[in-house]
Write a protein that binds this ligand. Sequence first.
Ligand code: H2U
Ligand code: ZN
Length: 347
Amino acid sequence: MADLLLSSHRRYNPLTGEWVLVSPHRTLRPWLGQTEAPPGSPSVAYDPDCYLCPGNMRANGERNPAYDGIFVFDNDFAALRQDAPGGQVDIGGLIRAEGEPGLCRVICVSPRHDLTIARMQLPEIRKIVDIWGAQYRELGGLDGINSVQIFENRGAMMGASNPHPHCQVWASRGIPNETAKEGRAQSEYRNGQGSCLLCDYLALEEKSADRIIYRNDHFAVLVPFWAVWPFETMILPRRHMGALDELTDGEATALADAIRCLAIRYDNLFEAPLPYSMGFHQRPTDGLSHPEWHWHAHYYPPLLRSATIRKFMVGFEMLGSPQRDITPESAAARLRDVPDAHYAGPR
Ligand code: H2U
Ligand code: ZN
């Protein structure tokens, strides 16, 4: 196995059934392409022009309350609407469409414009975990909502429209592609093996420890064997559970701890706030029990080897398979080796 992993090889992602090409010999290639401005952090705790800050006016003319904790509101420009008509179009099985009702919310996770999760204290992050669980339960409990996607886009490079710390929830009738793929794979694995795909995977990772970055009593943070993005990670509960609403009190705090630890290490990697998209994959809320589902978080940062060089998914990756140069094992080692206190010091 060791020899194979030193040269070009491809790795299988059992959660999606897809392959990633790994080219460890290619890490030294020169870069004369596009570079990005290093990601910065806002310096003011309150920005009068921010549409997410407490007391400010949003784009639709509504005013935010003077909130001092977490503030959740219906997205004024929701991608999914509850009044979308149902029904289907099907022309010869090749031209197909379905009505997609749903709803979108925005969660401001702090009143402070300049705060990020990496700079928050454990009890502050614990409150966000509780809100995520409550949103999953509430929206998932609505008639006709079969999937609840919670995610955070952080940094302009990842398309965040505003540096104010916030995340989003999109709840839909249909099961989105990534969740559907992972659901099918977990179901097939369970039918074939009689056990859970991610419980079995985590047991293997805990044995070798090559790709584990951090572990506490209830969670493991790791670079998956099949990672596509250079510093892609997953947070996995060490106990089998389908969704955030099953967390015990101790587990919710342990999740907050894992999130905080990862956020600090990410920022410490290039001593800059690391941009990323993160989100949770959880059991569908279609009323079925889904014993195959093991919920988890994915983090996808776009940066490659410095705060100013990003990875692009182009060429072979668009037309063939994704490809990476630095191995998941070396990415994990780098994330393990950075200090566990934030580079910017206490806030
Ligand atoms: P992103 O930064 O991840 O794009 O999230 C911000 C969301 O906030 C975005 O979906 C919504 C946008 O539609 N928004 C409002 O609901 N009201 C506003 O006044 C501006 C932005
Ligand atoms: Zn703000």
